[in-house]
Design a protein around this ligand. Sequence first.
Ligand SMILES: Nc1nc2c(ncn2[C@@H]2O[C@H](COP(=O)(O)OP(=O)(O)OP(=O)(O)O)[C@@H](O)[C@H]2O)c(=O)[nH]1
Length: 481
Amino acid sequence: MLSLSSLSSSSSYLSLQSHNNKLFFHPHISQRFDGRKINSENFRYYTIKCRLTKTKDSSSASPNANSLTKEPHKYFDQVIITVRAGDGGHGAVLGVPSQSVAGSNSKGKQNKEKEKAKARWKSSYKRDFDGSLILPVGGHGGDVVIYADEGKDTLLEFHNTSKHSAKRGGNVDSMGVLSSLLRNGLVAPTLRVPVPVGTVVKHKRGKLLADLAQPGQEVLVARGGQGGISLLEVPEHKRKRMMALNTNVMRDDSDKVLVLGQPGEEISLELILRVVADVGLVGLPNAGKSTLLAAITHARPDIADYPFTTLMPNLGRLDGDPTLGAERYSSEATLADLPGLIEGAHLGKGLGRNFLRHLRRTRLLVHVVDAAAENPVNDYRTVKEELRMYNPEYLERPFIVVLNKIDLPEARDRLPSLTEEIFRIGSDEVTYETEMRSEDAVQSLSTEGAKEDILSPGTSNKDKKDKEIEDYPPPLCCCRC
Ligand SMILES: Nc1nc2c(ncn2[C@@H]2O[C@H](COP(=O)(O)OP(=O)(O)OP(=O)(O)O)[C@@H](O)[C@H]2O)c(=O)[nH]1
């Protein structure tokens, strides 16, 4: 038997040959049949064209549960979902209740009873200010709202359930006859979808809808359909008059009254998580970022003596220390320990781009450098370069360099020279940046002023950031390649 599924080749055609009504894959399988060497003269060769259905490309397919548990770091911060708001409930076509009065004998009495019944009928229904009848309407379909929930950490669960649908509105409970007891259809509840704080909501490959950076922030992403209206089943000549009276009647393009509820909106969204942290810890793998986070906050990240122990950002809360007195130092802050960056991270190496984007909201960067490494200065330069290549704005943020592992003798011995070199790199950059800025007519600033301006991003930068939060454009790599 020929198993096509075992053929991973994407070529469109296979060549097959026939022997005793059996088909063999040509040329490899045809060499032996029932353990005997096959005389090639017994064969009649046919070439049969058969198209292979392409096997699903695993890279483009949505991640299955297995890969989600094995490689959550690839999927925790980005997902595409579809949301569907509920359809509106239907209205109803209602008959007017019979007004005949049974059992009345005399014609005059019958007319009187008819008049009375008509008056009763007229007064028992809700009416608009202009006297038109208010007929029940179908319930509004449920809207879909996405909100930032502090209890959520990742977007992983959305890979399992990528479609979220709100309920449809209730229909008018139609018994076929107009009665004062008829109620509007039930309004469907809003479907509220919780996402981690810091989630950016965008149209799939489209414009930004919201940046849910604060707990509780929400955005309405799909509107539920409007409920259909009800109609009275009345003779044609009366219907026109009633329709004219009912000014709030909904009609479609062809001026037809809509009894059916409107469909709810359906939309594909891209959710991107950018951690919300004041401080970002950056450095090469194994530099000791997680150890530092664990030492100064209550966070308990995984720590091990091998690179890439951290695969997803860890957050830690730094409580303020009021004993320090000065307002600056007693403030609280959230720290994010990012996975280690390697050379080429800005190009996506080691998932670098996924991690680098989590620095976006940070206001201070802490470079953790392994002082006992072979070439700590080079390591520091590498990380700075990756930051610059990904987003030059990152280098404009205030930063601290932490020389780590100085308990080790190899680090302790070269500490003074190392500190000096790192200082020099910093001051070189400040001078360079100052020069750049002075060319942009910031000459009036003193060196100190310029430094300050560089270290604390100005308002224009802030405006730029606030304008639109999109993914950064492709890397600037080519200037170096
Ligand atoms: N001697 C010494 N070892 C340290 C120090 N800080 C961290 N380490 C060790 O260095 C190794 C790596 O530490 P981590 O905190 O996991 O490093 P990381 O930068 O978070 O590593 P990644 O998760 O790969 O990014 C662990 O074995 C730590 O025990 C330090 O100050 N002194």
